[in-house]
Design a binder for this molecule. Sequence first.
Ligand SMILES: [Zn+2]
Length: 257
Amino acid sequence: MHRLLPLLVVLMAVLLVAACSDDDAPQAGEGFSLEFVGGSKYPDVQDRISLEGTFEDVTELLNERLALPEKVTIVVGDELGTDGPAYDPEAREILMPIPFVVEARQLLANEFDLDAATAQDLALEGNQHALLHEVGHALVDVLDLPITGSEENAVDQLATVLAINEGATDVALSGADLFYAEAIDPAELSAIDFWDEHDLDQKRFATIVCLVVGSDPDQFAPVADDYELPAEQVDICEQEWDTASSSWERLLDDHLR
Ligand SMILES: [Zn+2]
């Protein structure tokens, strides 16, 4: 019995070291991190974001899935120098302004005639999708990914593919709802709207819904109904999903954990 003891001690030590060395955790100076700056004029929204881990959950998931060789900080606060979510390539920061969450809550409440709590939930999910969109810009920058066509379209697709692959279709669809609520009335469109690097919000809405339904037309047939996706588009959406998901998988393949 006693002769086994040293072996057991060695074995335990090996197991302990294996348990302690977490290969999946980003090293210092790598990966995504989250930072709240300053107190907010909207403490209820700030509390919801921090207590429910709205952006923390996304940050942790990204670090579990991706090995990012540089540090990208997700900054949440009121005075970030941008009205909406944005990526700053100089600072390698993703900026998530709290006033935009408040604005999104109001837009959604007005558009869909929602109570405050439901509008808040949708606004937070819509902002998770917006965060994933900005993560896309950060990945294109940090990993120097090749993109043809519009980068804005490509990262809208990435945000949606990531959400769908994690089973978070609600996040993708809340992103779609937010674009729907933000859309300018077609009668009020002006020439400048067509020069924008983003597609019109109506199209961004449709792209997300198309990818969700295309990812599994049977499972998401009720979504196609709810969002009035024309039946003749479903096959095309399936192809869109195959192209978007397989392309992003190949682009990120070397960086997946
Ligand atoms: Zn963008």
